[in-house]
Design a protein around this ligand. Structure first.
Ligand code: ATP
Length: 402
């Protein structure tokens, strides 16, 4: 799949009202934004539309309000931060109906280049069910729709999909375009060798990703909690390690598939073990490293071992494209972060195109200080995973082709 969507560069928005779906689902603590990456990531599209003289109406969801409006899920703090980052007033259209009287009034008063932020789209119960009349109401505010919320593109909601039933003029924003260019090209049209690295807790979360990536990549590396189900499927003792017994056959199938396709499937050859999971998660912990076929029955594997770190780093060295999703161990604990750090370092040191597929691995790379060494860090955990599964994302499909 190649990106062939209308983009903001193809639009003429002068004097027009443009509804932009952003991903402003930022972490908040006591009403304070603790990480504004998602707001920063939305700036290029917003600035472009302002510069072109559009009337820029922004919308997003925030958190998971259950029963309509809830003060703690208000987008008000986002309006303040966005205003600071843009150096320009952002009018917050506080409105429990999202598109009620307040919002309509704020939009009616806009001049070219003005910016209005609507209230949390999930204050309307229709939003997550993609139901009317919310889609029609959202669409009634604008003449053009721009989708720039990659983190929400895997969901067909009113503000990501339904709204396009009523607005003909649609485009993707710069953030979406970048995500599709990197993730899409990596999976569909990679410069080879293409190495995919998967980690994280559970095999069950990544069944389709494993299967799809095996077809697309040259080498698939599996670490993290999910590796132990593979090791057990090979007949190894894995002690108290995280295992999904219902997926043993699946793992066998994947190992056979790799062999049949002539793909390399790399699993941990040694592992860092402890007497149990750290509690709290960052508590000091006694560990030792053992070979993967030598895990004692009363111990738990919590990170890849030193030989595995070298094995994985070596595989990365010869790659031209690397996609990574999921940490190699319980990286929240400094003693168990070594495997994740080693992989992050290997990616930082290669000239290959390196793509981090959102979620915990993105958090790990940022937290460990390797962010600026990567070609692309996806802003969407779930969305990037679905992309890696080879699925068509509804929020991309609804945007007009060139
Ligand atoms: P997302 O799905 O948000 O993209 P992710 O794919 O990066 O996240 P998850 O599947 O959520 O990753 O798993 C991450 C979690 O897995 C981390 O909290 C980490 O502590 C845990 N984890 C990693 N290795 C192990 C292990 N060996 N045993 C138990 N838990 C582990």
């Amino acid at each position: 799949m190649k990106l062939n969507k209308v983009t903001v560069d193809d639009l003429n928005v002068k004097g027009k009202k443009v509804l932009v779906r952003c991903d402003f689902n930022v972490p908040l603590k006591d009403g304070v934004i603790t990480n504004d990456n998602r707001i920063t990531a939305a700036l290029p599209t917003i600035k472009k539309l302002i510069a072109d003289g559009g009337k820029v109406i922004l919308c997003s969801h925030l958190g998971k309000p259950k029963n309509g409006p809830e003060e703690k899920f208000s987008l008000a703090p986002v309006a303040v931060r966005l205003s600071e980052l843009l150096g320009k007033e952002v009018v917050f259209a506080n409105d429990d109906e999202v598109v009620g009287e307040n919002a309509k009034k704020a939009v009616a008063e806009m001049k070219d280049g003005d910016v209005v932020l609507l209230q949390n789209t999930r204050f309307r119960k229709e939003e997550t069910k993609n139901l009317e009349p919310f889609s029609t109401e959202l669409a009634s505010l604008a003449e053009v729709f721009v989708m720039d919320a990659f983190g929400s593109a895997h969901r067909a909601h009113c503000s990501t999909a339904g709204v396009t039933d009523h607005i003909k003029d649609t485009a993707v924003g710069y953030l979406m375009q970048k995500e599709i260019d990197y993730l899409g090209n990596a999976v569909e049209n990679p410069v080879r060798p293409f190495v995919a690295i998967l980690g994280g807790a559970k095999v069950a979360d990544k069944l389709n990703v494993i299967s799809n990536l095996l077809e697309k990549c040259d080498t698939l590396i599996i670490g993290g909690g999910m590796a132990y189900t593979f090791l057990k499927a090979q007949g190894k003792e894995v002690g108290l390690s995280l295992v999904d017994d219902s997926k043993l056959d699946y793992c066998k199938e994947m190992m056979e598939k790799a062999e049949k396709l002539g793909k390399k499937l790399l699993l941990p050859i040694d592992t860092t073990i402890a007497a149990g999971f750290p509690n709290p998660i960052d508590a000091p912990i006694d560990v030792q490293v053992v070979d993967a076929d030598n895990i004692p029955a009363d111990m738990e594997g919590l990170d890849i071992g030193t030989k595995t770190q070298e094995l994985f780093a070596e595989a990365v060295k010869s790659a031209k494209t690397v996609v990574w999703n999921g940490p190699m161990g319980v990286f929240e604990n400094p003693t168990l972060a070594k495997g994740t750090i080693a992989v992050a370092k290997a990616l930082a040191e290669t000239d290959a195109t390196t793509i981090i597929g959102g979620g915990d691995s993105a958090a790990a790379v940022i937290q460990l200080g390797f962010a600026d060494k990567m070609s692309h860090i996806s802003t969407g955990g779930g969305a990037s995973l679905e992309y890696l599964e080879g699925k068509t994302l509804p929020g991309i499909a609804v945007i007009a082709d060139k």
